[in-house]
Design a protein around this ligand. Structure first.
Ligand SMILES: NC(=O)c1ccc[n+]([C@@H]2O[C@H](COP(=O)([O-])OP(=O)(O)OC[C@H]3O[C@@H](n4cnc5c(N)ncnc54)[C@H](O)[C@@H]3O)[C@@H](O)[C@H]2O)c1
Ligand SMILES: O=C(O)C[C@H](O)C(=O)O
Length: 355
């Protein structure tokens, strides 16, 4: 399914809803309350996996291009009745994927299976690796210049897979490939604000590393505004943020993983990307990207986004860490390294098999 927006990428109400909710950090950091996109600008965004638990509410929030292998016509029909300017059209199945992607500026990929209680994100690798590989091949063929937002788990491996696929196709631009870790930041901000009785809109916690278990590392010492935590609070908050996905998986008891909070977080990252594409020079988000900040080929950190993608890695966040955080960075490296190697190995093996 594909819903297209030629004149503006967000319906007015959708955009307002985002603005009324907790604003992106970059907006707060300059004291501005909102950024208005150029009304003449034309951006296209595609969601691959649009009929799923994340895809549907994400489509509602951002009202953008949608594709799925099934059940996408109904979602498009439903969305098309919203009195917002974005156009909705649907694309179902591999034969329509290329048409869905033509001219797209941002591709969001939540396609794949979610966890059930007792599973790790890595347990999804066998199914989701191939799905991401196939979809990224189509992105490479049809919109190689697009920003690619990978949501499908295990993100620590699916992003390296995407990078290998793009390399094999000769179109890899490391500045335009992102593993979406915005939900970790959203959760960290929420939990810290609750714990310390702060206004949600003021709180900003950078989350670095990756997106699974101990590889998710909130840098609580870098919280803005500056907050004092006891050692117990730091440990309790860190563990809760690391296990937040599992908290939702267990509460849903077999009916999937986080969808609504993920759609909210993904909409924020899409909005930030579009603001950057539109020329806003003050857009910062955390994301899992190709990196040199931590002796690993991929690492999540704060990044500055610009028209061409990642403009800068904010490596200063990794300086002046507390002893607790330094140990946690060292502890996560082995797991992250092995997840990256697993993704790279998969993509390379597939390529050899296809040759
Ligand atoms: N990065 C994050 O922070 C984060 C957060 C939550 C969930 N996730 C991950 O997002 C993924 C999706 O979760 P969900 O709850 O939306 O799952 P879901 O099962 O509700 O939806 C997945 C959708 O993908 C579609 N799909 C499957 N194969 C496809 C293909 N080849 N092409 C296009 N579409 C395809 C399915 O038809 C379905 O509509 C999972 O892997 C989950 O672990 C990541
Ligand atoms: O936990 C999951 O499996 C989904 C997602 O990665 C999350 O953090 O909610």
């Amino acid at each position: 399914m594909n819903c297209e927006s030629e004149s503006s990428f967000l319906g007015k109400e959708s955009y307002a809803a985002l603005q009324n909710s907790s604003s992106p950090r970059s907006v707060k950091s300059t004291g501005r309350t909102q950024y208005h996109l150029n009304p003449q600008a034309s951006y296209k965004v595609a969601i691959l996996g649009a009929a799923g638990g994340i895809g549907q509410p994400l489509a509602l929030l951002v009202k953008i291009n949608l594709y799925d292998i099934a059940n996408v016509k109904g979602v498009a029909a439903d969305l098309s009745h919203c009195n917002t300017p974005a156009q909705v059209s649907d694309f179902t199945g591999p034969s329509e994927l290329a048409d869905c992607l033509k001219g797209v500026n941002v591709v969001v990929i939540p396609a794949g299976v979610p966890r059930k209680p007792g599973m790790t994100r890595d347990d999804l690798f066998n199914i989701n690796a191939s799905i991401v590989k196939t979809l990224v091949e189509a992105v490479a063929d049809n919109c190689p210049e697009a920003f690619i937002h990978v949501i499908s788990n295990p993100v620590n491996s699916t992003v390296p897979i995407a990078a290998e696929v793009l390399k094999q196709k000769g179109v890899y631009d490391p500045k335009k490939l992102f593993g979406v870790t915005t939900l970790d930041v959203v959760r960290a901000n929420t939990f810290v604000a609750q714990k310390k009785n702060l206004r949600l809109i003021d709180v900003d916690v950078p989350v670095i590393g990756g997106h699974a278990g101990i590889t998710i590392l909130p840098l609580l010492s870098k919280t803005k505004p500056s907050v004092c935590f006891t050692d117990e609070e730091i440990h309790e908050l860190t563990v809760r943020i690391q296990n937040a996905g599992t908290e939702v998986v267990e509460a849903k008891a077999g009916a999937g993983s986080a969808t609504l909070s993920m759609a909210y977080a993904a909409a924020r990252f899409v909005e930030s990307s579009l603001r950057a594409l539109d020329g806003d020079g003050d857009v910062y988000e955390c994301a899992y990207v190709q990196s040199d900040v931590a002796d690993l080929p991929f690492f999540a950190s704060r990044i500055k986004l610009g028209k061409k993608g990642v403009e800068a890695l904010i490596s200063s966040d990794l300086q002046g860490l507390t002893e607790y955080e330094q140990k946690a960075v060292e502890a996560l490296k082995a797991e992250l390294k092995s997840s990256i190697e697993k993704g790279v190995g998969f993509a390379q093996k597939q390529s050899v098999a296809a040759a």
